[in-house]
Design a binder for this molecule. Structure first.
Ligand SMILES: Nc1ncnc2c1ncn2[C@@H]1O[C@H](COP(=O)(O)OP(=O)(O)OP(=O)(O)O)[C@@H](O)[C@H]1O
Length: 368
């Protein structure tokens, strides 16, 4: 292989078998991650699964007990040596923005330039460029308290970009914004990161944010990578019932496998027969399985439904909430909650027939 070919195939970020233990707790357990230049990975997982620890390891704010971290082919850390944060081509945007209150926006941004040893003569020009890139033109003389939450967030990103990092780390950068601004910034940030083209890792516990921001998703649980890949692939085959739940397949039913036809299966529970696709694993007729279904895909069957009666889930309505766009309908079936969305509320206590489209059902062996 020629040197040029080697460079082409070399990943921008390579984390291998990263481990971090604190006392008896394993915080990161053999976490591996490979990124190509310009790629954005969204790390998704519940509170305490190790997302921030992973970012801190990559930034050099914490050191591994095992494994390696390479960026641009250079070794950043292993269990014996770790480059200090300032020697790594990395910068981080924190949850609380961490802007210095006594500095103007321009000085905050220039702090990164000093750090990067950019000649002072270029600071003004580079600051103007960054302010324009982040749509902060004319705000260079303001102090953080004179900015909106969204503007503060963009200043935090500008400061991080001022060091020209090869890798940008974002640790839940939207979580301090109110719901409306958060939604707006989510879309803006996604567009911005793609425009800049910087390789980035975006940590969040919000599924919609992960889907909007990430080219790929990495799902973490208890310090381990539970599943990683393009979002479409993850939705097609969530690796476990736990991943399926995290991805919004929140309705859970159990039954017995009746029929298996490659990917497609039929599951029986009493008189009910439901169709679905394998999530992960497989099984033979007669085995017990779990079905996971997405609430938004379930529909109240109307009079002209062509679904055979034995494939309609008959559940009792327990309560309905108006959601602005449509209704959230909570039902009960065999003492299990079933959630769906509808255009109108249903009488509490009534029985409703629900269509469960096979494409939105994933089936797992009971042990998955
Ligand atoms: N310095 C520390 N000493 C002891 N335990 C720690 C330390 N830092 C983190 N932990 C533990 O490591 C686990 C992972 O923490 P981490 O902050 O990485 O999780 P997270 O996924 O980022 O959570 P969140 O979404 O709430 O920020 C948690 O159980 C936490 O309590």
């Amino acid at each position: 292989m020629t040197q040029q070919q080697t460079q082409k195939t070399q990943p921008e970020v390579q984390v291998r078998d990263l481990c971090r233990r604190i006392g008896d707790n394993t915080i990161l357990d053999n976490v591996s991650l490979t990124m190509q230049p310009g790629e954005i990975i969204a790390v998704l997982g519940p509170s305490g699964c190790g997302k921030s620890t992973l970012l801190r390891q990559i930034a050099g704010l914490d050191q591994p007990d095992g494994g390696t971290i390479h960026i641009g082919g250079a070794r950043m850390a292993d269990d014996r040596h770790a480059l200090p944060p300032e020697k790594r081509p990395v910068n981080m945007v924190f949850q609380d923005f961490a802007l210095w209150p006594h500095m103007s926006v321009a000085r905050i941004i220039q702090f990164g330039m000093r750090h990067r040893r950019l000649p002072r003569a270029q600071w003004a020009e580079k600051t103007r460029e960054l302010l324009a890139l982040l749509e902060l033109d004319g705000l260079g003389d303001r102090y953080p308290r004179q900015l909106s939450g969204g503007q503060q967030q963009r200043v935090a990103i500008a400061r991080a970009l001022a060091t020209a990092p090869r890798l940008l780390l974002l640790d839940e950068p939207l979580s301090n914004l109110d719901a409306r601004l958060r939604l707006q910034m989510r879309d803006e940030l996604a567009a911005l990161l793609r425009r800049i083209g910087t390789t980035a890792i975006y940590v969040t516990h919000d599924l919609q944010e992960a889907l909007t921001l990430g080219d790929r998703l990495m799902i973490m649980r208890d310090g381990q990578v539970e599943q990683a890949g393009p979002s479409g692939e993850l939705f097609r085959r969530p690796a476990s019932t736990w991943v399926a739940g995290l991805l919004g397949f929140t309705n859970r039913l159990e039954g017995e496998l009746e029929q298996v036809d490659g990917e497609h299966v039929v599951v029986r529970n009493g008189d009910l027969r439901l169709r679905g696709r394998w999530g992960n694993g497989g099984g033979r007729p007669g085995e017990q399985v779990v079905l996971m279904a997405q609430p938004h895909a379930l529909k109240v069957a109307n009079g002209d439904s062509t679904t055979p009666p034995e494939e309609l889930l008959r559940a009792r309505v327990s309560h309905c909430h108006y959601e602005g766009v449509g209704w959230r309908i909570c039902c009960e079936w065999n003492e299990r909650p079933i959630l769906l969305h509808g255009d109108a509320p249903l009488p509490v206590g009534s029985e409703t027939a629900i269509q469960v489209p096979a494409d939105h059902v994933r089936v797992y062996p009971l042990t998955a």
